[in-house]
Design a protein around this ligand. Sequence first.
Ligand code: MN
Ligand code: MN
Length: 271
Amino acid sequence: MDSGATHAPVAGMYHHIKQLMYTVRVGVPDPRFGNMLLEQFGGANGELAAAMQYSVQGLNCEDPDRKDLLMDIGTEELSHLEVVGTLARMHLKPLKNDRRAAHADPLIAIAGGGGVNLYNSMGDPWTADYLKITGELDVDLRSNIAAEARAKIVYERLINFTDDPGTIEALQFLMTREITHMKAFTLALDSLGKPEFSIGRIPPTPGLVDQYFNDSTGVGDRGEPDTRGPWNQGGDWELVNAPAFQELESEKAGTRQANDREPVHSSPDGR
Ligand code: MN
Ligand code: MN
């Protein structure tokens, strides 16, 4: 092949190096715990979901600086997938031949031969429905901050459910990196310089935007109160008490409109 051809393959893109981002050691395998680890392999808040979410957001991103951030972290998440997959595999391996271990997860024992696959801890297949990709950079960054928070708390719970020191060390590493990512995404969002509650281009309706609807009222059976806090008092807030029980001042103030009181049926020809 002519090496000078304009369509010659370029070295780079994805490349695998046979070294884990974090060396994984496991003492005594725990097949039940291996099943729990699958949540971070093929689950909703797991590493594949994170890798795909950030990488695909990066493909859509027209801001070269934040695109670099999305591709950096998306690629690191693929390295995490390899670490958590290796860890889960170590814990699940006895399922292949050990009859008692096989009872811990029959699906992985019989269909999977004690190996990992892209399923969550309940055996549900990984799905692109897990991904939050809007094509709006600031909205995507907010999703990513929340995704990192979820990944962090799942790792924390996993740490609480194992006594194996090597497993805890690896999970502590992965958990820590999620906080690092949350920090990077948060600072990237801040650096866009957008006002805090500004999303998109169309401004919210003045007045209505500052109305807090007190839609849950009274005192609950266990003494649950009707509460005031910075989320509904002070600043520009206006508390609207029990709007369902009062006529709204403007027919556009809520979702109700005068002609909404009768159900509207439309037919295909518009009659
Ligand atoms: Mn990760
Ligand atoms: Mn992360």
